[in-house]
Ligand binder design. Structure first.
Ligand SMILES: [Zn+2]
Length: 415
């Protein structure tokens, strides 16, 4: 039995085929749709994509197992390029206190906030963390996510950060070192000393042992300063790590500009930008990764200016920011609905931002994010006849079938 699989008859096959770089401007709306399309998979790779009649007549397609997608939408799997998927217990007390109008300071004083996540990560074994995270990864997959980035950043000591990175990699995620997420209590009042220690001790070790692909930093008001972030990212880059930055989430302190200057692969959040920063990002190489889930969950109203970013030519991606404090969703379809309703992205733009541009935000644009010959066989069959229904019918899961690396993930195996 060959490892070939044919998905045939799709009413709309969204190929997302196109130029090799991230999609910008009008090209973000071009989903490369083939009506009555088919995809032929050969093990973990895509062999051919095209009209069903042509693909079915190929010698390579003869006698292979076929999945009938008649009347349905077939598209690439989602690339969720920003998550904090490895964490401890959900922060339900924080959630309730915030809904009652309590401040961050009051929540922290009650033992909540990020410090509670740090306590759990430090005390839990890698096996316990992995078995807590795995069901979320499964849930994400059932909502169509086939590639996921996972950050450290709840350990904040060398042993715990490395434990998180190992769990992230063991789960199949793209691991990102986020040691500069918050200040651990051991360094209370000494953020520069913490950054110095990360740069001298932890980053070199993480890079040497190849435990992370990216380094990321939380640069904002009440977080690390622009100078601290620059020092940390430059050291990370000198050790061969690619760069990401949590930028302009709550305040404008120059984080996005810092990321552009350091040629960060992605600038993430970007809720607060002025016109100059929008222009700077639009002309840069960095992907602007927008995370509307956290704005929604926090009950805030200032979403990132997606419309201006896209219209000015920025490469916009969408991700969940899945984490227990500010964005407890791992559903990419929910993020698409938020992007359309709250940020005025079109359904086509949202889909491209959540697939091919997400792949570029992970430097995986040559392997993932579109259905093209030679790429990873990661794709979805939706129980929908028009791709616009995906964000439109919000709050429900219309992903019927998930195929990752040529393997069907979400139906029980038989035989
Ligand atoms: Zn984040």
């Amino acid at each position: 039995m060959s490892g070939r699989l044919l998905i045939r008859g799709a009413r709309q096959l969204l190929t997302l085929r196109g130029p090799s770089g991230p999609r910008r401007g009008a090209s973000l709306r071009d989903l490369g749709i083939i009506e009555n399309g088919a995809v032929l998979l050969d093990g973990p790779r895509i062999l051919e994509v095209g009209p069903t009649r042509r693909i079915e007549s190929l010698a390579e397609a003869r006698g292979v197992r076929a999945i009938d997608a008649t009347g349905k939408v077939v598209m690439p799997g989602f690339v969720d390029s920003h998550t904090h998927l490895v964490f401890g217990p959900p922060r339900l007390d924080d959630y309730e206190m915030r809904l009652e109008g309590k401040s961050y300071a009051e929540i922290a004083a009650a033992g909540g906030g990020i410090a509670s996540s740090v306590r759990a990560i430090r005390s839990w074994t890698a096996a316990r963390l992995a078995s807590h995270a795995a069901p979320f990864l499964d849930l994400a997959a059932r909502h169509g996510t086939t590639t996921v980035e996972i950050k450290s950043g709840y350990g904040l000591d060398a042993v715990s950060e490395i434990k998180m990175l190992k769990v992230a990699a063991a789960l199949g995620g793209v691991p990102t070192f986020l040691g500069a997420h918050a200040l651990p209590f051991e360094f209370e009042g000494r953020p520069d000393a913490y950054i110095d220690w990360l740069c001298a001790e932890v980053i070199p070790d993480v890079a040497r042992r190849k435990l992370a692909v990216f380094a990321d930093v939380y640069c904002d008001r009440d977080a690390f300063t622009r100078e601290q972030a620059q020092r940390y990212l430059e050291v990370a880059r000198s050790h061969g790590l690619l760069l990401k930055i949590h930028a302009n989430q709550f305040a404008r302190i120059g984080a996005a500009a810092l990321g552009v200057n350091l040629v960060a692969v992605s600038l993430d959040h970007l809720e607060h930008l002025d016109d100059g920063e929008i222009q700077l990002i639009a002309r840069s190489q960095s992907v602007a990764t927008l995370l509307p889930g956290s704005v929604f969950h926090l009950g805030l109203h200032e979403y990132a200016p997606a419309r201006s970013l896209i219209d000015e030519g920025a490469a916009v991606a969408l991700a969940t920011d899945f984490n227990p404090g500010t964005s407890p969703t791992c559903s990419m379809p929910m993020i698409l609905s938020l992007a359309c309703a709250q940020m005025r992205m079109t359904p086509a733009e949202a889909i491209a931002a959540a697939t091919i541009n997400g792949a570029h935000a992970l430097k995986m644009g040559d392997r993932a994010g579109s259905l093209e010959a030679g790429k990873q066989a990661d794709l979805l069959v939706l129980a929908l006849g028009d791709y616009r229904e995906l964000p439109y019918y919000f709050g429900a899961n219309h992903v019927e079938l998930v195929i990752k690396s040529g393997e069907i993930l979400n139906v029980p195996k038989t035989g």
